[in-house]
Design a protein around this ligand. Structure first.
Ligand code: HEC
Ligand code: HEC
Length: 254
């Protein structure tokens, strides 16, 4: 294909200018005289793309929703369907006020005193105000699909420890127990002042069998009321094969 003749390009430019002048947005297809060549000119594309783009707070909230494992309990885009004990979020997003939503995220909700089923974890000590506000913006926007706000793919056939290392991110364990299970994340109102490591001698001594590690992940361990951060109850949320993968990963840590 050859370049268009200069005359045609000139006419295209005029048409473009005219379109802008009359305020016509959108996509204009201009067919060349020969009928064999079609040139598509986008007018006002930038402005449109910007107005169609997701609000930055909503986008950040969608990413936080993945990072803090909200989707692992409440389902993709909060649609539910993971466990009967965890509600979908579409109704709450419409009916609860921003202040109520912020309070639930910071202070948790439900039967944490003697958890036989999942409860809404306390996040206050590990989540920032900005992150909470972004999550609220995302919830109130109706939990829209946001490109790239997706969980990391869990690798299969590379061994349980590799799978577990990705699950450690996907279930948000890393937010509380730190990278590489090093612990040290502040939990100022708790007796230890920090969230414990999943590595090191003390941990290995107390959790010296796979069964003990699996039991505490399943049941959780409530060490106090909000603002104290407790170990969430993951029974009914994390399937057995993934529990074993998490243990395999934890056992690779220092
Ligand atoms: C370990 C599972 C789990 C995780 C992770 C989790 N939630 Fe929840 N969430 C629950 C459960 C269970 C409830 C219901 C508590 C109750 O009412 O007894 C709940 C309730 C809620 C409610 C109130 C819903 C209603 O209809 O009243 C909101 C809002 C909410 N969660 C938001 C979030 C957000 C945002 C995140 C991520 C920061 C999150 N949840 C992470 C388990 C979880
Ligand atoms: C909201 C923060 C939070 C999240 C998320 C969290 N934990 Fe915990 N976890 C804790 C706290 C706090 C304790 C300490 C409980 C105690 O002292 O009884 C704990 C304890 C544990 C323990 C026992 C260690 C000990 O010394 O008591 C294991 C094992 C563990 N968590 C694994 C996990 C795994 C695996 C995940 C992800 C599936 C996870 N945790 C997610 C806060 C969290």
């Amino acid at each position: 294909m050859r370049d268009e003749p200069a005359g045609l390009r000139h006419r295209l430019l005029l048409a473009l200018a005219a379109a802008i002048l009359v305020g016509v947005g959108g996509v204009i297809g201009i067919a060349a005289n020969s009928g064999t060549k079609t040139k598509t000119v986008t007018v006002g594309g930038t402005a449109r793309a910007e107005s169609a783009a997701v609000d930055p707070h909503v986008a950040a909230g969608a990413h936080d929703f993945v990072q803090f494992a909200c989707a692992r309990c409440h389902g993709q885009q909060g649609r539910g369907g993971v466990s009967a004990a965890v509600p979908a979020l579409s109704t709450a997003a419409k009916e609860l006020t921003p202040a109520e939503l912020r309070s639930i995220i910071n202070h948790g909700l439900g039967e944490s005193s003697n958890p036989k089923q999942p409860y809404m974890p306390v996040w206050g000590a590990v989540i920032s105000k900005t992150q909470v506000n972004d999550l609220v913006a995302y919830l109130r926007a109706g939990l829209p699909a946001v490109p790239t706000a997706v969980e990391p793919a869990v690798p299969k056939k590379q061994g349980a420890a590799v799978e577990g290392s990705v699950l450690y991110q996907a279930y948000g364990c890393v937010n509380c127990h730190g990278p590489n299970g090093l612990g040290g994340v502040p939990n100022p109102q708790s007796a230890d002042k920090t969230i414990p490591p999943l590595s090191g001698q003390d941990f290995r001594k107390e959790f010296n069998t796979d069964a003990k590690i699996i039991a505490v992940i399943r049941s959780g361990s409530v060490i106090g009321k909000a603002p104290i951060v407790s170990m969430p109850h993951w029974g009914g949320i994390i399937p057995d094969d993934q529990l074993r993968a998490l243990v395999a990963y934890i056992k690779t840590l220092k």
